[in-house]
Design a binder for this molecule. Structure first.
Ligand SMILES: *Cc1c(COP(=O)(O)O)cnc(C)c1O
Length: 469
């Protein structure tokens, strides 16, 4: 399998090469040249496989330059009951109203990003060792992504992580989760500023070509192909758990921000998984809902992005969206160049003429959920089913209930656990005990390791130099 860029001006690459890439050199995103087609006989064989075995069958179609024995070892090391708290890895349960919930958030940081990031950590280590290389990840986080990356890369050979976070802006739980890591290769940097300031420092470091090359700087953001590929697996797993036979279809409802999660669902559908519809759920930041309703894609600026109670979806430029539009245009790289030039000017684009195809052929529909909706859903599920769901999952449940048709099996992806968002849970249901996995009891009392720096790229570069020289 070879990989191509959505902008068409990058040489074909191997999986090993795209694994370590962020954006393609031409500014595009990497995708496989074609999607492997899964026929009915193969689906029948896969039904009933354990998660790691299913992951192996799917990933071997994409990661063809990793010998199968090595790929299997990486996967077996990743998807363990120990790391994901459950032998099924992504169990599916049913609420009293018939809606199904697929748990993706039982990994080390209690959010679905672990599903891909844990794989990426092990795959990075393998590829770097094979190539005799090292890699230094520089990133910025407002919470979920940074902790998922740190838990995936802690203790890995040949890798350092320098993760910036805005000083005093994360919850006590989120701070404790990251800063309590004592591994020598994990470097927490608290910046005297906001999340956007941290992002700007990452960009400044990325734009310093000499520094970037000398210190082998990389990223692990959500456009990484390895992350999308690892996410394809749980759509297959969820389908098998939610159905009795491969004659049935399933719709997935996906709480969305960067379009990374639901992009993997799109790819699973293109591979032949019997997915009826892909329901994109947004919060107040409704760029994607607007697109799927009207065909108009109008990314907002940071200043027009709302701060909400489902913060991991507070995104106004969906970085993975380009992958879907590439497929929608029949993989027309010139068209993508034109459309994203319009995005670059802040204007956006309109594809209303393609809405029929988007809905009927690709199966996309959408809805949005506001603060009062997610509070109401959390309360209602708590009262009716006796369980606490997190605010992002609640956005999904709200939209799934709204869009569901008679007889349609809908699986809503659970993207985080309630324990991570205690304040919003209490706002919804009052002062209840919020269950927390045993391994995270007392997290806030552990010693913390973090360096405070002024809001200057040079201060962060100095830390990197000191560690690596
Ligand atoms: C990242 C995240 C999302 C959004 O996922 P995308 O891939 O960016 O669409 C939703 N919920 C939670 C809890 C997340 O951490």
């Amino acid at each position: 399998m070879k990989y191509i860029s959505t902008r068409g001006a990058t040489d074909r690459k191997t999986f090993g090469e795209v694994l370590l890439m962020g954006l393609a050199p031409d500014g595009g995103l990497m995708l496989p040249e074609h999607y492997p087609q899964i026929d009915r006989a193969t689906l029948d064989k896969w039904r009933g496989l354990a998660y790691a075995d299913l992951a192996f069958e799917i990933m071997r179609l994409f990661a063809t330059d990793i010998p199968e024995g090595n790929l299997r070892a990486i996967i077996n090391r990743t998807y363990t009951a120990e790391a994901f708290g459950n032998a099924e890895i992504t169990p599916v349960r049913t609420l009293s109203d018939g809606l199904k919930i697929q748990a993706l958030s039982n990994g080390p940081t209690l959010a679905f990003k672990d599903m891909a990031m844990q794989f990426l950590g092990n795959a990075f280590e393998y590829v770097l060792k094979r190539e005799g290389q090292t890699l230094n990840i520089v990133g910025a986080t407002s919470g979920d992504t940074g902790s998922a990356a740190e838990y995936a890369l802690r203790g890995k050979e040949g890798i350092h992580v320098f993760m910036m976070s805005p000083e005093g802006k994360m919850s006590a739980f989120q701070r404790a989760q990251m800063y309590s890591l004592q591994d020598e290769n994990i470097h927490n940097i608290a910046v005297d500023g906001m999340f956007d300031d941290c992002q700007d420092i990452v960009k400044a470091i990325q734009n310093d070509a000499a520094f970037k090359e000398k210190y082998r700087i990389g990223t692990v953001n959500s456009i990484n192909w390895g992350r999308v590929m690892a996410q394809v697996v749980y759509y297959f797993a969820g389908y098998f758990k939610a159905t009795k036979s491969n004659d049935e279809t399933v719709s997935f409802c996906v709480p969305s921000g960067n379009f990374g999660n639901v992009c993997a669902g799109h790819i699973a559908k293109q591979m032949g998984l019997p997915i009826r519809r892909l329901m994109v759920a947004t919060n107040e930041n409704d760029v994607l809902d607007e697109f799927f309703k009207t065909g108009s894609y109008r990314p907002r600026t940071a200043a027009h992005t709302h701060v909400t109670s489902s913060p991991s979806m507070d995104i106004s430029k969906a970085s993975n969206f380009e992958r879907f539009i590439f497929d929608l245009t029949g993989r027309d790289a010139a068209e993508i160049e034109t459309l994203w030039a319009e995005v670059g000017t802040g204007k956006g684009f309109n594809l209303a003429f393609a809405l029929d195809k988007i809905r009927n052929e690709y199966g996309f529909v959408s809805g949005k959920s506001l603060h009062r909706d997610r509070l109401a859903v959390i309360k209602q599920v708590y009262e009716q089913d006796g369980e606490l769901i997190d605010p992002h999952t609640a956005d999904g449940v709200k939209v799934a209930r709204e869009l569901r048709e008679a007889g349609e099996t809908v699986v809503c992806l659970e993207t985080a656990l309630a324990a991570k968002f205690a304040d919003t849970i209490r706002e919804a249901v009052g002062d209840v005990e919020i269950p927390r996995p045993a391994k995270l009891q007392g997290l806030e009392d552990l010693p913390q390791k973090v360096q405070n720096v002024p809001n200057q790229a040079e201060a962060v570069k100095e830390i990197i130099r000191n560690v690596l020289n």
